[in-house]
Design a protein around this ligand. Structure first.
Ligand code: ASP
Ligand code: MG
Length: 405
């Protein structure tokens, strides 16, 4: 008998019929003889509405009260699913995070899980009860409700799967799995049968919305087998697994894009030690996450240009910080929000030459100019003009042989 953790996202529990559908899926899993613990998100749209109310009530609200409000959606769906399960004869009970408890730190709205009390859950699962859990929430040492960041139910589910040694953590959503690229812009995108944790981590942090990034990191650290699949079809999904489980490694497994980037160029910065440190310390103090960075020297070596990207939402703030900084001299500050970051990702890159060359040639053939490049062991990212995003993603998808027949 295996322990399985199932997680259903907002679209899967969007109304009462869909919650009944979820109950039937859970019933199928128990009929296979498995012990099941289910996590639910709030009904689609609910959390957005709750966030909106908090912001309208007061833009500078108490973060602890924000969590009290926005965690409420999951309380409703957990109770409703337990009722739906009982109605079809499946013994079930709901739990809120504080009842487990799901202990987190005090970073409200982005709390990290520190400890999970698993004894009661394991006992109830052994007794044949389906444990239905409100995702996304936790409780701090101060006895206050916390939330784990938007999309946090993925992390709740993976964390419990790790803590109880579950055989699998199935993440049910409204797509059939993880695709080679966003099917809305690449009609030839294919569903992947398997993807490695590392690739999934890159995809999630680069804009593929299917799993919360933190949940993937947690799955990787604890070797939790995660499956992403649809709650609306009966097709197998995508397994997120360790690299050794993938025999035929793709050189490139996916193409991701992120539109919420902005470019900043500091022109004519004095070329002396400590300048880059000043620039990026100031931005870090302002809580601005810098992503891609390049620095070029001018011909005489006296001045340098520093180009980097920040989240588009933080662009104004970054400009203000840099313009009012006393310890950085520069000639000019140029910003551009109309950029997009395109990334090709694949563990096979480690052992294959020419992956970058293919990317640059493909973009050049389409007349697309590359503004910034950054690489890691398993990914190459470029920054290009936003207007070319779709063209670039499609061309790269074809160039790396990812198109479905
Ligand atoms: N309901 C929360 C959100 O919309 C958490 C989740 O769905 O995972 O972000
Ligand atoms: Mg989600």
């Amino acid at each position: 008998m295996a322990r399985i953790v199932m997680k259903f996202g907002g679209t899967s529990v969007a109304d009462l019929d869909r919650i009944r559908n979820v109950a039937r899926r859970v019933q199928k899993e128990t009929a296979l003889g498995n012990q099941v613990c289910v996590f639910v998100s709030a009904m689609a749209g609910t959390t957005d509405q709750l966030v909106g109310w908090v912001e309208q009530m007061s833009p500078l609200h108490d973060a602890r009260e924000y969590d009290t409000v926005v965690s409420a959606g999951e309380q409703i769906t957990s109770g409703l699913l337990a009722i739906a399960l009982q109605d079809i004869g499946v013994p079930a009970r709901s739990w809120l995070a504080w009842q487990i408890p799901f202990k987190t730190n005090k970073v409200h709205s982005a709390a990290r899980i520190e400890d999970i009390g698993v004894d009661e859950i394991i006992q109830r699962m052994d007794d044949g009860i389906v444990c239905v859990m409100a995702g996304f929430q936790g409780i701090s040492d101060d006895n206050r409700i916390t939330t784990l960041g938007r999309g946090g139910t993925d992390t709740s589910a993976v964390a419990l799967a790790a803590a109880i040694g579950a055989e699998r953590c199935d993440i049910y959503t409204d797509v059939e799995g993880v695709y080679t690229s966003d099917p809305r812009i690449v009609p030839q995108a294919r569903k992947l049968d398997k993807i490695t944790y590392e690739e999934m981590l890159e995809m999630a942090s680069l804009g593929a919305k299917v799993l919360q990034t933190r949940s993937v990191a947690m799955a990787m650290n604890h070797k939790v087998r995660v499956q992403v699949l649809s709650s609306f079809t009966d097709k197998p999904g995508t397994m997120v697994v360790d690299e050794d489980e993938i025999v035929e490694k793709q050189v490139v497994s996916g193409i991701a894009y992120a539109k919420d980037e902005a470019q900043v160029i500091l022109v004519g910065v004095k070329n002396k030690p400590g300048i880059a440190s000043n620039v990026f310390s100031l931005l870090a103090d302002g809580n601005i996450n810098v992503d891609m960075i390049i620095q070029n020297e001018t011909e005489d070596g006296k001045k340098t240009d520093i180009t980097f990207t920040v989240p588009e939402n933080d662009l104004d703030k970054a400009e203000k910080i840099l313009n009012s900084a006393g310890n950085i001299e520069f000639d000019n500050l140029i910003t551009d929000p109309n950029v997009v970051k395109i990334s090709v990702i694949g563990v096979g890159m480690r052992s294959h030459a020419g992956v970058a060359a293919t990317m640059f040639k493909t973009l050049a053939d389409k007349g697309i100019n590359i503004q910034v490049i950054s690489t890691s062991e398993i990914k190459i990212s470029v920054l290009i003009e936003a207007d070319y995003a779709e063209l670039a993603v499609r061309a790269l998808h074809t160039a790396y042989g990812l198109d479905s027949e």
